[in-house]
Design a protein around this ligand. Structure first.
Ligand SMILES: [Fe+2]
Ligand SMILES: [Fe+2]
Length: 316
């Protein structure tokens, strides 16, 4: 199950992008969290019925959801330590859980997450395809980016019982580096006081255990669906470009791409890839209300991309 929350957008540029995309659609933001359907401060008025024609959540439900989100980040900030991520990368880096194709994973994700959102009546696979199709419309020649749109959230299968049924705080939500100070821009920053790393002098300076410009590849980021899908793609020898892998790996790294935190750890390659991540992020909002994608119709195109960039079966 995903958590449905109020997404707090503080950054002007992103809010602007979202407003543009949100005008006619009910939106879901990446990380497994759906956005609220309420008038925002900047005058945007979201649709007032969901896909079932029912009203979106009432005030009590809304405040309950905020509590749920805060509780999510409390657990996330306390438990995501440098050592925890190291253990998870070792365990899941074995890729000994299952063998399946990319498309089979899309279908498996349907099972785990499909009924998680009370405002949603479409299979999860349609939302993956909506992201991909929106990119395809605007960037017809970048087929790698279409495929990236389709697969970037497949790591959420970590929630599935066959993958150990990891808790939400270890799969979704914003990500951030470990081994250096927690930037103030990270949501619900106060809960880091309960994280042992926060009190470790080796980890609580601006660079911590890293060197300036060392490259994000050398930085340990909180464990979740981003890093897992990156490991799966890389270890199964995808031919996706570095930018595609960068998008998959860092698309939830909001402190970086929303707030510009941790840029001192980036190298030149990261900065190049970042341009694509910013483009991608505009599409990592997808419609739940009206825009339907005919899965069978577009499937052959995506199957051809999967075949181009991935082996027939992958180890997960
Ligand atoms: Fe996403
Ligand atoms: Fe995601």
């Amino acid at each position: 199950m995903t958590i449905v929350i109020e997404q707090q957008i503080e950054n002007g540029a992103q809010a602007e992008e979202q407003k543009t995309l949100a005008i006619t659609h009910d939106l879901v933001l990446d990380g497994g969290f759906a956005t609220p359907k309420e008038a925002s401060n900047d005058g945007f008025v979201a649709p007032d019925v969901n896909a079932f024609g029912h009203s979106f959540r009432d005030y009590d439900a809304e405040s309950q959801r905020q509590k749920t989100v805060e509780e999510f980040y409390r657990l996330n900030h306390i438990h995501q330590t440098y050592d925890f991520v190291k253990r998870m990368r070792e365990e899941y880096g074995k890729l000994d859980k299952i063998e399946m194709s990319i498309w089979e994973c899309c279908e498996l994700l349907n099972d785990v997450i499909d009924d998680s959102d009370p405002d949603l009546d479409e299979p999860q696979i349609e939302h993956l395809l909506q992201t991909a199709e929106a990119i395809r419309k605007d960037y017809p020649d970048e087929d790698w980016l279409h495929l990236t749109g389709l697969i970037h959230d497949l790591g959420k299968v970590l929630l599935h019982p066959s993958f150990g049924g990891l808790p939400q705080w270890a799969v979704v939500g914003d990500t951030h580096p470990l081994g250096c100070a927690f930037d103030e821009s990270i949501v619900h920053h106060k809960y880091f006081e309960g994280n042992p790393d926060y009190h470790n002098p080796a980890y609580n300076t601006k660079c911590g255990i890293y060197k300036e410009g060392c490259g994000l590849d050398n930085v340990t980021i909180t464990w979740g669906h981003d890093d897992y899908m990156y490991l799966v793609a890389k270890e199964n020898k995808t031919t996706l470009s570095p930018a595609g892998l960068f998008i998959i790996r860092y698309h939830s790294f909001y402190p970086l791409h929303r707030c510009g935190a941790y840029t001192h750890l980036m190298n030149e390659q990261d900065k190049e890839s970042m341009k694509w991540l910013k483009i991608f992020n505009k599409y990592d909002l997808y419609s739940k209300s009206k825009v339907r994608v005919n899965v069978e119709e577009v499937k052959p195109y995506y199957m051809s991309l999967i075949e181009k960039y991935f082996p027939a079966k992958l180890r997960w």
